[in-house]
Design a protein around this ligand. Structure first.
Ligand code: P6P
Length: 335
């Protein structure tokens, strides 16, 4: 009988991870189990974000986090969900979270060989406005023989084993990339409770006339940054200036830039001389995704973001990331 045009060869994240593991004969399955715990935390966070308004989880939780931001209830829930998922995986030796001043060591996880950095709910200041927020993560493998120390996570992003983010938008969109690998996008199908491969091998357009930056900080930018953005506002060779798109939620701005192309920036400036975004769980994971998708990511000195080594777990950096040719244009203004 003629079968309806139903795709019966569905690639779930679970299947994708199994196939990924099969490519590495030395794999023990620990990384796969860690990623299963990771994907569960995204599903749980997604569930609570969609219910927040209904069950009134929005509003302040009355505590302030490591970085002094007002902490919203969902931040606390997202952080607790993520910590519980990593702890229960038994494969995570230590965890750095934006919401935790100190590193969390899972000392009782014998044989755990991974260190995870995460921002459980990035962009949470937008939550009450219904703006898409996200979870950003980076996974480092411990050096042989290490049981997990601070030095094991204060590494350049170039040593990340995997990185990515989940954006809680109209649906939950997960983007993940392995060291030297492709960038693959998955969409959470709530009826299956599975992330389905919808964007295999994501490649950034080499150019796109879209820039994404908080112009409200332009008074504080250094001159070369001002000149660069001013140049985008002039008529280009096609007679048109660039479009401006800024959501103020890094995961949402990053996802759009990854799909459509263009450039996203949070420059270091006179107000934030070290930048605002955090290296371990915002800049480095995003830089790895952008580079593996054919783009570039640099800091305010135009140094490759993945080469930057943080001195402490909450260190910040300026960041520019985007389409390959857009980044070449940026660098020409910062000689
Ligand atoms: P600004 C959200 O608070 C965040 O950490 C990122 O998600 C976002 O890119 C940035 O800060 C927005 O900062 O200063 O433009 O509001």
């Amino acid at each position: 009988a003629e079968s309806a045009s139903v795709n019966t060869d569905i690639v779930t994240l679970t299947r994708f991870l199994t196939e990924e593991q099969a490519k590495h004969k030395e794999a023990t399955g620990d990384f796969t189990l860690l990623c299963h715990a990771l994907q569960f935390s995204f599903k749980a966070i997604s569930y609570y974000i969609r219910r927040a308004t209904l069950v009134n989880l929005t509003g302040l939780a009355g505590q302030s986090n490591a970085t002094g931001d007002d902490q919203k209830k969902l931040d606390v829930i997202g952080n607790d969900l993520f910590i519980a998922a990593m702890k229960s995986s038994g494969k995570c030796a230590l965890l750095v979270s934006e919401e935790e001043e100190e590193i969390i060591y899972f000392k009782d996880q014998k044989g755990a060989r991974y260190a995870v950095a995460c921002d459980p709910i990035d962009g949470s200041s937008n939550l009450d406005a219904g703006v898409s927020v996200g979870t950003i993560f980076g996974i480092h493998k411990l050096p042989e023989g290490s049981t997990g120390t601070k030095a094991d996570i204060l590494k350049p992003g170039s040593e990340l084993l995997a990185a990515g983010f989940t954006m809680y938008g109209a649906s939950a969109q997960l983007v993940i990339t392995m060291k030297g690998g492709t960038v693959d996008g998955f969409t959470l199908d709530n009826s299956f409770g599975e992330f389905i491969l919808t964007h295999p091998n994501m490649r950034m357009p080499k150019t796109r006339a879209i820039y994404s930056v908080n112009e409200g900080n332009s008074l504080f930018w250094e001159d070369s940054t001002k000149k660069y953005f001013e140049s985008l506002k002039q008529a280009q060779s096609n007679g048109k200036p660039y479009s401006a798109r800024y959501i103020g939620s890094m995961v949402a701005d990053a996802y759009r830039t990854l799909l459509y192309g263009g450039i996203f920036a949070y420059p270091a400036d006179k107000q934030n001389p070290k930048g605002k975004l955090r290296i371990l769980y915002e800049c480095a994971p995003m830089a790895m995704v952008f580079e593996n998708a054919g783009g570039q990511a640099v800091n305010s000195k135009m140094a490759r973001m993945l080469d930057v080594v943080p001195e402490d777990i909450h260190d910040k950096s300026g960041i520019f990331m985007g389409s390959y040719d857009e980044m070449e244009k940026l660098k020409s203004f910062h000689k």
